[in-house]
Design a protein around this ligand. Structure first.
Ligand code: MN
Length: 249
């Protein structure tokens, strides 16, 4: 496991994503971490990541995790990410993955098998999550018969919730849509940066993602102008309330 593919795909002089290194031994906490990043790029998806052997094993889940055990969510295995990525939230202005990344959930995970590497090789990894939004028992299982798909060979898995006290019919993506890091939504995250970057060339022009971007960019720009307006007004009102100003009246 290494980060060559991760590094090859990114230009760290242009992306705020962490370059990172493989951390074979981590001092202090022993329980491995997991995170889920909600990523609005050319399409909206959820990146599901499990710490293992000093990196974050990663799957892109187009529809996000479901708490309903009868729902199997496609999870495309993607390149390992550095552990530092587990804290990342922000705006990737251009290049690979250009878009907005929200830290949607995080916590720790425990394998329900003795040998994680063997389970991954077999294509059947059972585990328990202890996050803010996702809890209880889950499984990632590699799909069979997808080998014909161009570039999809061995990469497609299913993320499935096991039946337990944390399973249920609630749509968790809709019920708990915000960041566990900043408590904000995509527009809040974009408003921290420069929402104007995508006025002419946002990462998705059409379809659902395009429409989402259009709304988010407009809201982020509005938030920034409200903020500027408010700070101007508050400067003004402070001045009129000074004793000197009152005495003159
Ligand atoms: Mn992604």
């Amino acid at each position: 496991m290494a980060l060559e593919e991760y590094k090859r795909k990114r230009d760290f002089s242009r992306s705020p994503e962490p370059a990172g290194v493989v951390r074979r031994s981590r001092k202090g906490r022993q329980t491995p971490v997991f995170c889920v990043q909600k990523h609005l790029a050319s399409h909206l998806h959820y990146d599901f990541r499990l710490e293992h052997n000093g990196v974050l094993l990663s799957w892109a889940v187009p529809k996000g995790p479901s708490l309903d055990p009868s729902v199997k969510r496609l999870a495309m295995h993607v390149e390992d990410h550095p552990l530092e990525y587990g804290d990342f939230e922000g705006v990737i202005p251009s290049g690979y993955g250009a878009g907005i990344v929200m830290l949607w959930d995080r916590g720790t995970w425990t394998p329900e098998v003795d040998d994680v590497d063997a389970a991954l090789k077999k294509g059947d990894l059972k585990f328990t999550l202890d996050g803010y939004k996702l809890k209880g028992s889950w499984v990632l299982v590699r799909t069979k018969g997808a080998r014909w798909a161009a570039g999809g060979a061995d990469r497609s898995w299913l993320l499935i919730k096991h039946r337990d006290e944390w399973a249920g019919p609630v749509d968790i993506a809709e019920f708990a849509p915000l960041s566990v890091k900043s408590q904000g939504d995509f527009a809040d995250i974009l408003a921290q940066e420069n929402p104007e970057i995508w006025i002419s060339h946002r990462p998705a022009q059409s379809g659902e993602a395009g429409a989402l971007f259009e709304k988010i960019i407009a809201r982020a720009i509005q938030m920034r102008s409200d903020r500027t307006g408010r700070s101007r007004r508050s400067t003004h009102s402070t001045r009129t309330k000074t004793p000197v100003a009152r005495k003159r009246r």
